[in-house]
Design a binder for this molecule. Structure first.
Ligand code: PMP
Ligand code: GLN
Length: 388
């Protein structure tokens, strides 16, 4: 038999699925895969019912229903002062994952170079490589994950088509600073390159930090694709409703990829998300405060147990170095160990690297009810002998 595509058959099953299966098998408290256990606003859920009953359940417009595209444009303006024309600059996708795939497919010509940062979200590299691009991977290093300016500049060339960046960042919890974004913008201009900006955690930022979309910087309006996700903004990760904002010339091509990938996204979910973006602003801007408390609680408990917990400025995730516990093995070994022996599951950070994995960090997801976090910490404390 002829082999199937070598790029895709070369990748294993995603670490999130692997760890969640292991968690189910061992009946653990799953702090691996990133999903909240308290769900988004009631009015948004109710709107799905209403929309399903009172509106047609047939193909909505390919670009998304006008109500949601208008709500995304209004959200761009409300939070970032970004004026966007909903008809030519906003498109709805089936999750940020599809938005990323469509944007990559729309931009890459075989042989192009694409700049990525590691650790990286798991769908980036396979999609970039499957599209025929050469990945130039720039490492962000713990503990502060600062932008390595020299390495980044060296990764750019005249063949660079785009940089794929994720701020606020999964798994590091880093929020790119204004200075770092300025530096990036300079490189994009110098090399006539684009940026695909994965901003799904835009509202999940702590300690009065601020998210700055790269697209709002001078000269970046025509070069950036900004991607958001209702799954993250409303804590409904199964919904898979994403949205893309980009200048008309760019969005037009991304829409071509979207039309051949999925064509459209469920209309009832779109209507509910439109309602939420316009009417549940307090809910989704309040979420960060709740998450920050959970972060502080879990970080405190893990520190007491003996982990070296790293700073976390955003997202659902914190990273912890397990070496002070005296464990002899890699992060993969450690995650298996605590799953089987302590009944708690986390994600090995090395799984989110392409080239030079850091293998002493594990990622804990803290968007869980207090008693779940407490239960996980108690189990780890019992196992490692730290204070309960
Ligand atoms: N990008 C990042 C960085 C993520 O963590 C996620 C989480 N699932 C996604 C994209 C995908 O978002 P969606 O569920 O909307 O496809
Ligand atoms: N974004 C989630 C995480 O990082 C998982 C999404 C997925 O499972 N594909 O854990």
């Amino acid at each position: 038999m002829k082999p199937a595509n070598s790029v895709l058959s070369g990748f294993g099953t995603t670490v999130f699925e692997v760890m969640s299966r292991l968690a189910i098998e061992h009946k653990t408290i799953n702090l691996g895969q990133g999903f909240p256990d308290e769900e988004g606003p009631e009015s948004v859920k109710r709107m799905v019912d209403t929309a399903t009953r009172d509106f047609p359940n047939q193909y909505p417009p390919m670009m998304g229903i006008p109500e949601l595209r208008q709500a995304v444009a209004a959200h761009n303006k409300r939070f970032y002062g970004l004026e966007t024309d909903w008809q030519t600059e906003v498109m709805v996708t089936s999750g940020a994952t599809e938005a990323l795939a469509a944007s990559i497919l729309a931009l890459v010509e075989p042989g192009d170079e694409v700049v990525l940062f590691e650790p990286l979200y798991d769908s980036y590299l396979p999609m970039v490589q499957r599209a025929g691009a050469v990945a130039k991977v720039v490492p962000l290093s713990p503990p502060d994950w600062a932008l390595p300016r020299e390495a980044l500049a060296a990764a750019f060339s005249d063949k660079t088509k785009f940089v794929l960046m994720n701020s606020p960042n999964n798994p590091t919890g880093k929020v790119f600073s204004a200075d770092e974004l300025d530096f990036m913008a300079g490189l994009l201009e110098r090399h006539d390159a684009y940026a695909i900006c994965d901003e799904v955690y835009e509202h999940l930022i702590f300690d009065d930090r601020r998210h700055i979309p790269l697209i709002t910087l001078p000269g970046m309006r025509e070069r950036c694709v900004r991607i958001g996700s209702a799954g993250k903004t409303f804590s409904m990760t199964s919904w898979k409703v994403g949205y893309v904002t980009a200048a008309p010339a760019l969005l037009g091509v991304i829409a071509k990829a979207h039309q051949f990938l999925v064509f459209t996204t469920p209309a009832n979910l779109q209507r509910a998300v439109a309602h939420g973006l316009d009417n549940e602003i307090d809910w989704y801007t309040g979420l960060a405060g709740e998450l920050q408390e959970k972060r502080d609680y879990l970080a405190g408990r893990l520190t007491d147990i003996g982990f070296d917990v790293m700073d976390c400025h955003s997202t659902y995730f914190m990273n912890a170095d397990f070496r002070p516990l005296g464990f002899n093995g890699t992060d993969v070994d450690f995650c298996r160990h605590i799953t089987v022996e302590a009944g708690v599951t986390a994600v090995p950070v090395s799984a989110l690297y392409a080239e030079a994995p850091v293998d002493h960090l594990i990622r804990f997801c803290f968007c869980k009810r207090h008693e779940v976090l407490a239960g996980a910490a108690d189990r780890l404390a019992d196992h490692f002998g730290g204070p309960g």
